[in-house]
Ligand binder design. Sequence first.
Ligand SMILES: Nc1ncnc2c1ncn2[C@@H]1O[C@H](COP(=O)(O)OP(=O)(O)OP(=O)(O)O)[C@@H](O)[C@H]1O
Length: 459
Amino acid sequence: MAAKPDMADKPKLLVVEDDPGLATQLKWAWEDFDVTCVGDRESAIAALRQHEPEVVTLDLGLPPDPDGTSEGFAVLDAIMALKPDTKVIVASGHNAPESAMLAIGRGAYDFYRKPVKIEELALIVRRALHLAGLEAENRRLAARAGEDATVLGSIVTAAPEMIRCARTVERVAPADVSVMLLGASGTGKELLARGLHSASLRARAPFIAINCAAIPETLLEQELFGYAEGAFEGANSTREGRIEMADGGTLFLDELGDMSASAQARLLRFIENRAVERMGSARAIPIDARIVCATNRDLAAMVANGAFREDLYYRLAEVIVQVPPLAERAGDVPLLARHFLHRFAAEMNPQVKGFAADGLAAIDSWHWPGNVRELENRVKRAVIMAEGRLVCAEDLDLAEPGEELAQALNLKAAREQADRKVIRHALARTEGNISSTARMLGISRPTLYDLMKQYDLSS
Ligand SMILES: Nc1ncnc2c1ncn2[C@@H]1O[C@H](COP(=O)(O)OP(=O)(O)OP(=O)(O)O)[C@@H](O)[C@H]1O
């Protein structure tokens, strides 16, 4: 015996009709629907809540106002408020032909004329159902695309290279191993470290980050290990270091390659003893912190030439994760550009809605040596600069230095233009960090300061 089609498989139709004869006629006309018939506002809303129908046919003339439209509109408004994706088809009676148009203005999908022609109504109902299905599928896909475009919480990517990298981080997160993130500046190492912490069992404890390159060598040890009162001149009170603050949580050591030999030795002692000694104090304070570190230097080479301790290296690099540069992540440049555009437009310039074609082309052809940080800064600046709805190539200021030089007045002017452009780009890449900019340009900090003064550039 063939199984009876299960009601659960059938699309749901709610018929709101106060004429019992007509309601019965409609009910039998829809064999392939799971039909519910009701005759007033209260039961219509109750049925909506209970069955969540995809499609509703609604007679606007319902009791206690069967000759008017007030009750019908009240039902329509309630449906639009409770479940706005419902396709409502209203009946337009002889007495109020204009009400059909009003109903569409208030969210109804379509209307039919009374007296009802079942075939005509069937066509409208089926089309509405088809559309409801398409819309539901679209919503599902959009939600999935949203999920897929971010990994480890906040990392926007669709590139297999980066997804693999994030998945590795996700997999090692629950194990209490040390993780070393290797990759160029601005590739998202800190974001990955934060993602790792959030995915670990330590998520509720603090995530403490310290950038070893941003703190002068002499202060780094104080920052990391803290100090006791009187440890040195000016130490008027005892201060806990970052390692202590990370107790129970994760300590993120950024730019690890910039750590002095003395700080390296102290760090190794902390790892071996699982305890810190504040500077100027012999008391060992037990600390349980997981270390995640990152560097854009070639640490293996630094170990080979003695600039970085080998024993420390192996303690910190139980798992090594290579973070690919942005230029090697297929499809990520336009994806991230749009992500940043929408974020910064919402924060700073809501009239901006997207990229002009030449803007997208400029983004696409740039090689992004400063990686995601450079892209983020460029788009931020462009959103602020944009005058219209679309960000164009000019707002992004991405031309190669060479392109404009051919038109320069003379060699001196050309050199100056090139200097300005290269310095501006380097500053954008490092978010105005003078030491990193000088290192990137292969000049000393004083030389960079001089040039910035000469060209009237600010960081
Ligand atoms: N995949 C991504 N999705 C969204 N934002 C990102 C992504 N990658 C990086 N960013 C953003 O780019 C900026 C730079 O990232 P991050 O600081 O993590 O890079 P980094 O590799 O640690 O850089 P550095 O080596 O210079 O410290 C941050 O503002 C970060 O939020």
